[in-house]
Design a protein around this ligand. Sequence first.
Ligand code: ARG
Length: 473
Amino acid sequence: MKDKKNTGKQTQATWGGRFSQAPSRLMLEFGESVSFDSALAEFDIQGSIAHAHMLADVGIIEKSEYSQIKAGLEKILKLIRAGEFEWKTELEDVHMNIEQALTSMVPCAAKLHTARSRNDQVATDMRLFFKFAADDMQKRLKKLIASLLDLAKKNIFVCIPGYTHMQRAQPVSAAHHILAWCEMLYRDIERFKFVYEGANVSPLGSGAIAGTTLPIDRALSAKYMGFVDEDGDPILTGNSMDAVADRDVFFEFAFACATMGVHFSRIAEDVIIWNTSEFAFVKLPDAFTTGSSLMPQKKNPDSFELMRGKSARMIGSLTALMTLVKGLPLTYNRDLQEDKPPVFDSFRQARMCIDVLTACAKEIKFNEKKCAEAVGDPLLLATDLADYFVRRGVPFRKAHHMVGEIVALSEKTATPINKLSDEQVFAICPEASSDWRDVFDLKRAFAMRKGVGMPNPELIAEQIKNFSQLIKQ
Ligand code: ARG
């Protein structure tokens, strides 16, 4: 339906020039992104100030115009931060909302979009966002590791069975298990460092697709936004087409979140199992568990179940992003507007997972009695008995077989393995001597593990120290 008063020119002051009809209400609703990309406001304003600064430096706009534009943008930023800015759906996105609000305050801001397109603008905003987000994730992960290290420190001497195939395998300590989580999370920090590096390249000045005929200085705006290397030299994208079409850093960020999500899901599953009545290795804080509406006795580990569940969402976001970009012709296509919700969702969910686990880690209590009962099973040291036979000169394969026979005998006679008689053991392994039972001394078993990364309490204490240093950097 035609609305005479509302022509395209009036509604869309930025691009309405060639239109005689306003976009349909349905199209506005369908095409808007301001409902989610307003989250980019800080970065959009930072980019616009840098762009205007550069335009003034090269003489495309007056210095006084730059000052007015900057002051106007800062005013708008204040309004946005205070929640007093009026976002308008009909202005489509964060870029046009800010630009039009600015132009109505500062008429010379009509020059701000000189030598710029929303295509290089949104690519720039997102790169600024990724630098912020990757940095934020690293800081939060470091806090999480710090609280896990505290938990490990408290539990260096709490021994638990380690599991393979969900079967008791060999003894470890709670601290050793927690340090395994720290290793996973530290790799996540490294992954976010890589995301930061990937994002640290300025696409601004690439225009819509083919740059500009105006004499801009891309290096200057890059410097103003902090797209620089360790020597302070600007880092610029090398091709104007790739600069507006490329979404690799979106994948890299989503992948880092999804991988972290998978790590969280495994950590959560460990805790959920430990928290069952059957295991009862840990007690979880009331503040992060919930009750049942029907069964009054229940205390459910919902926080950990949600951590496990959120990973599905983060994997979904990565899949959505790669599917979105797959097969898109160069360069910008409006499909790319859909690249933001999965990224923002991954960021939000990943952040919350980290914060919840950080808070929980401070309060998880190990039930030493239950852990001691579980780890007291002497069969957990069957491999150490094989090692003992090896030290007495038996080849490992043969030693493995002998211990297998001893285990079968212990089962058949319903005698704990370490309570079998010397004669019974010597009959199977003539190389053994009467000190074979020393193998089942747990403390000794740990002390004998001297290699890097093994569950020896001294090594673990050392590792906790090293990790604490590492996360201070
Ligand atoms: N809101 C748009 C997006 O996020 C900004 C870029 C629009 N560019 C265009 N050529 N329509 O993708």
